[in-house]
Design a protein around this ligand. Structure first.
Ligand SMILES: *Cc1c(COP(=O)(O)O)cnc(C)c1O
Length: 420
């Protein structure tokens, strides 16, 4: 459920008309709904409440400070994957003791930052990373609380670019190596083993892969304890999918997911950690764009909009589906098969091909639904297109939470060498 609804034929974000926002802010822009965001956090939290979860929002899904702060105020921690994300999480007021640090390529500088801030946990993804972390922690006279991200070798039926739990994946350590790696970690200075983590992929549409993975890591927890390791934390990652196509193919509800978790972790008595990203922000954001031209060519209808793949790369990167709806409904318009495309000079700059939509007119506003996750955070300036504006609505109030990049900003990092 979200708070992007029509009132008298006009699409609103909570109590604010998207027409009004477009008039003030220009297009394209992302628009986030506070009520939707906090509701999603609450539903997920409440489903797991009896297990006293630590929920660490996966910052990479959307790192806009206003999103982070809204979630922080709701009680969320952060799952970060870079020094930049650590800084953003801290700037949003997230306590270091609620921050977990994931990623296969943590640099020594990033480790030092995380150690100095006394974050809760490092999710270690390889043996060389373990050695590096031990070295940095020892140098700083700190102790790094670690879990290994284990790879349970499950196949998750999601898009190949967001599946991470199969054994050829670059992520995590093979579960078959776990006993040896935990034994090694126990001998290294500056390292304190505290648990196990797993994250098998994103936009998972059913529960079976989770159930398989969680059962396998629960077994590992028991094996590690039997071998004398003090396993107190079980981090079950993120990955729960969201509905992208209206009410079609609904993914599992958080309550059903919680049942799987409860079943798999019964009697383990671990601090459970979760790293939801998309689930919290995906449907809390939309992208609003204006139609520039409608081009009819060789029997096809191209709706050319002012947002491009640089603003929302999911359709071309993941073959992702976004509902595309008019901001102002015009009952009179015909429904036809159209391609909605951006202005970027790439064949891949297509949001949808041959979809049945009401054919808009130039200057009409369209909204891409479910664009809150992996939208703005993946935006680029490709084709020298300034980064778009981001707006947050809260009831009848709205505010620009990330300014549209100015052309001055766009040029700011360029410098000409002395010989030009
Ligand atoms: C990306 C990622 C997440 C979040 O995934 P979602 O599908 O957005 O929930 C969580 N944990 C790790 C380690 C990730 O890389």
């Amino acid at each position: 459920m979200d708070h992007f609804l029509y009132k008298n034929g006009v699409l609103y974000a909570e109590d604010v008309s998207l027409n009004d926002i477009a008039a003030q802010v220009g297009t394209p822009f992302y628009c986030y709904s506070t009520a939707t965001l906090t509701r999603h956090y609450q539903v997920f939290h409440d489903a797991l409440a009896s297990m006293n979860p630590l929920i660490c929002y996966a910052v990479k899904a959307n790192d806009t400070l206003a999103i982070l702060k809204t979630l922080a105020l709701a009680g969320s921690g952060a799952d970060v994957v870079s020094g930049g994300e650590i800084r953003k999480a801290l700037a949003a007021g997230i306590a270091p003791q609620k921050i977990v640090f994931s990623g296969v390529g943590k640099t020594r500088d990033e480790m030092a930052l995380a150690l100095t801030q006394n974050i809760f946990q490092f999710n270690v993804e390889s043996e060389p990373e373990l050695y590096a972390l031990s070295e940095v922690a020892t140098r700083l006279n700190k102790t790094a609380g670690i879990v290994f991200r284990v790879n349970p070798d499950v196949i998750s039926d999601t898009h190949a670019k967001i599946s991470t739990g199969h054994k050829e994946s670059k992520f995590g350590v093979p579960i078959a190596d776990a006993m040896r790696l935990y034994a090694l970690a126990a001998t290294l200075p500056g390292i304190s083993v505290q648990g196990v983590s797993v994250h098998i992929g994103s936009q998972l549409a059913n529960l079976a892969p989770f159930a398989g993975a969680f059962k396998r890591v629960a077994e590992l927890v028991r094996e590690l304890r039997a071998a004398g390791h003090d396993i107190r934390v079980l981090d079950l990652g993120g990955g729960l999918g969201i509905p992208y196509e209206g009410s079609q193919n609904p993914p599992p509800l958080p309550s059903a997911y919680a049942e799987i978790v409860k079943e798999a972790t019964k009697g383990l008595n671990c601090q459970l950690v979760f790293e939801p990203g998309r689930l919290l922000v995906g449907n809390a954001g939309i992208l609003v764009t204006r139609v520039t031209y409608v081009k009819r060519s060789e029997g096809r209808i191209f709706v050319i909009v002012d947002a491009g793949m640089n603003d929302l790369i999911r359709p071309t990167l993941y073959n992702a589906y976004h509902d595309i709806v008019p901001v102002v409904v015009d009952e009179a318009t015909e429904t036809e098969l159209v391609d909605v495309v951006g202005p970027v000079c790439e064949t891949g700059d297509i949001f949808t091909a041959q979809r049945l939509l009401k054919v808009p007119k130039p200057e009409d506003l369209l909204a891409f639904r479910s664009a809150g996750a992996y939208g703005a955070s993946m935006a680029s300036t490709y084709n020298a297109r300034p980064l778009l504006a981001e707006v947050m609505v809260n009831g009848s109030a709205f505010s620009v939470v990330r300014k549209r990049q100015s052309y001055e900003d766009l040029f700011a990092r360029d410098q000409l060498p002395g010989w030009l």
